[in-house]
Structures are given as C-alpha cells and as structure tokens.
Design a protein around this ligand. Structure first.
Ligand SMILES: Nc1ncnc2c1ncn2[C@@H]1O[C@H](COP(=O)(O)OP(=O)(O)OP(=O)(O)O)[C@@H](O)[C@H]1O
Ligand SMILES: [Mg+2]
Length: 144
C-alpha cells in the first residue's frame, strides 16, 4: 500500500495517520519512503518527534506526535516551518496536535480487525484521490 500511495501523492501536502499503538502507521510510511527511492532505515520518530528525509529533490517529514503533552510544544519546535516547506508531511498521532495542525490532504486510518488490518482513506486533495482511485479503485469499498 505504501508503494501505491507513493505513486499518487505528488508534490507537497499533509497526511494524517490515525490508528492505535502498533496499528502499522510507521510501517506504512516506511513502505512509502522506500517506494520513493529512500535507501536505509526509517526510524520511528517517537522520541525525536520528527525525522526528515530527502530523496533526490523530494523532501519528506515524518512526525510522531504521541509524546506531545501540549500542542504548544509544536510552536517551540518550529512546526509551522516544516509545513511551509515544499514537502510531504506524514503525521502519526495528529490528535495530539489538536488545533495547531492544518487540515490534512489525506487522512489514513489503520485498524486491527479479526487478526487482519483494515485501512481507510479520506481524501481532501482531489488530484491525489483521482490518481489513487485509478490505481486501486476497483479494490476499494466506497463508504460515501
Ligand atoms: N501490514 C502489516 N503486516 C504485518 N505486520 C505489520 C504490518 N504493519 C505493521 N506491522 C508490524 O506491527 C508492528 C507495529 O507497527 P508500527 O510500528 O508500524 O505501528 P505504529 O502504528 O507506527 O505504532 P505507534 O503508534 O506505536 O507508532 C511492527 O512490528 C510491524 O512490523
Ligand atoms: Mg509509529
């Protein structure tokens, strides 16, 4: 799925990754980065809050806000500056950022169900949505 997303998510944008601990958010980001050409490890940003990546001319910021106690902490770390960059920002635990975060171009929700994982997508960015539906639309269950 990371590879499919890598084909669709061009340019800049914000992606929220929702789901409980261990649902597979970091693993999905790893798959996306590898498909974009990243070579090397993809560490979980649980302690660093953000891990930057550059693959050729493309920039990525992978956030994990789990340890943020107060959304104001994002102000101190210069969070808005990351969002202003020409980059793809992938944000785990966006609920910890509350009103400090902008709206997302795409929200991905992961869940465990009956021993398997379920993934759902909510697109605001219609260009991304069109590409994604062309790629995997026939395999998706549309809910609205
Ligand atoms: N699609 C998958 N199939 C099988 N195993 C998976 C899958 N996705 C994740 N895992 C495994 O589940 C574990 C937790 O995954 P991951 O670290 O990606 O979760 P997370 O949602 O980022 O958790 P956290 O909220 O703690 O950051 C890892 O051991 C990972 O290898
Ligand atoms: Mg994670």
């Amino acid at each position: 799925m990371g590879r499919k997303l890598a084909e669709c998510l061009s340019g800049r944008g914000v992606i929220f990754l929702r789901g409980p601990l261990g649902a597979g958010k970091t693993t999905l980001v790893r798959g996306l980065l590898n498909a974009c050409g990243h070579v090397g490890s993809t560490k979980s940003p649980t302690y660093t809050i953000v891990e930057p990546y550059q693959v050729e001319s493309r920039k990525f910021y992978h956030f994990d806000l789990y340890r943020i106690a107060d959304p104001e902490e994002l102000e101190y770390m210069g969070f808005r500056d990351y969002l202003d960059e020409e980059a793809l920002c992938l944000i785990e635990w966006p609920e910890k950022g509350a009103d400090f975060l902008p709206g997302a171009d795409l929200e991905i929700t992961l869940a465990y169900e009956d021993g398997a994982r379920r993934i759902s997508f909510e697109f605001e960015n219609l260009a991304w949505k069109d590409k994604f539906c062309q790629l995997v639309g026939s395999k998706l269950e549309q809910v609205d």
